[in-house]
Design a protein around this ligand. Structure first.
Ligand SMILES: Nc1ncnc2c1ncn2[C@@H]1O[C@H](COP(=O)(O)OP(=O)(O)O)[C@@H](O)[C@H]1O
Ligand SMILES: Nc1ccn([C@H]2C[C@H](O)[C@@H](COP(=O)(O)OP(=O)(O)O)O2)c(=O)n1
Ligand SMILES: [Mg+2]
Length: 223
């Protein structure tokens, strides 16, 4: 990845980490990470947050599926990893997230299904000069998530019981420790996601209404 001076719209290549001109003119970007197990309702709640609070929703999984469908040279590798319930290399995922941020005119983003492991977080920190301080964590028991995934009906090849079990293991081993790490820094806003959609959203709405202005903002550093 080449370097990039600072603001979303400036594509000027620069060896400097920051470009004063752009930092002055550039927009400050807000990022909220939306974490939770497969089937916890991340996509569903993000769609509602978009309507109510005007964020742009970027689902890491959706961006990867689009990459498969675009016929990219990485498509087969991504598809194989997803079908095994594995996480794809972080640089690739972060590159797709950055591109989507740069293509958007918005200045606030929900990043759904990311970070999922420490490598994801490190790659994000390397390429974006924003330290998210607001993590929405949708907490849901495995049994309920399994029921939802098996009836999701979106034609996803990874929504079969064998792959679901693998995705849960990755979630437990790699993602939950990251939630604990963010929690130790006081950044996690946990919501009981086992309730009906509207009830979950009531809690989410309360959280966003009271803390949205506290969501930290920063600049994209590189692309
Ligand atoms: N609170 C909820 N109660 C029941 N079903 C839900 C709830 N939230 C989402 N769903 C359904 O569960 C499935 C998974 O939700 P989704 O938003 O895709 O989760 P995720 O993005 O976390 O995998 C979808 O079919 C969705 O309609
Ligand atoms: N940060 C991410 C996010 C998703 N992926 C891959 C691996 C995941 O099992 C799939 C599907 O992710 P997605 O967020 O769409 O799945 P759920 O909505 O949680 O059911 O994509 C990844 O490798 N890295
Ligand atoms: Mg999803």
């Amino acid at each position: 990845m080449g370097s990039f001076c600072g603001s979303l719209k400036c594509k000027r290549d620069s060896s400097r980490k920051e470009c004063n001109e752009c930092l002055e003119k550039g927009k400050k970007i807000k990022v909220v990470f939306v974490m939770g197990g497969p089937g916890s309702g991340k996509g569903t709640q993000c769609a509602k947050i978009v309507q109510q609070f005007g964020y742009t929703h970027l689902s890491a999984g959706e961006l990867l599926r689009k990459e498969i469908n675009s016929g990219s040279e990485n498509g087969t590798m991504i598809q194989n990893m997803m079908n095994e319930g594995k996480l794809v290399p972080s640089d690739l995922t972060v590159r797709l997230i950055l591109k989507a941020m740069q293509e958007s005119d918005n200045d606030k983003f929900l990043i759904d299904g990311f970070p999922r492991n420490e490598e994801n977080l490190k790659a994000f920190e390397n390429h974006i000069k924003i330290e998210p301080n607001f993590i929405l964590f949708l907490d849901c028991p495995e049994e309920e998530m399994t029921r939802r995934l098996l009836s999701r009906n979106q034609g996803r090849e990874d929504d079969n019981i064998e792959t679901i079990r693998k995705r849960f293991r990755v979630y437990e081993e790699s993602t939950l420790p990251l939630v604990d790490y963010f929690a130790s820094k006081g950044k996690v806003h946990k919501v009981d996601a086992a309730r009906p959609v509207e009830e979950v959203f009531e809690s989410v709405k309360t959280l966003f209404s009271s803390t949205e202005e506290q969501v930290s903002a920063g600049y994209l550093l590189k692309s």
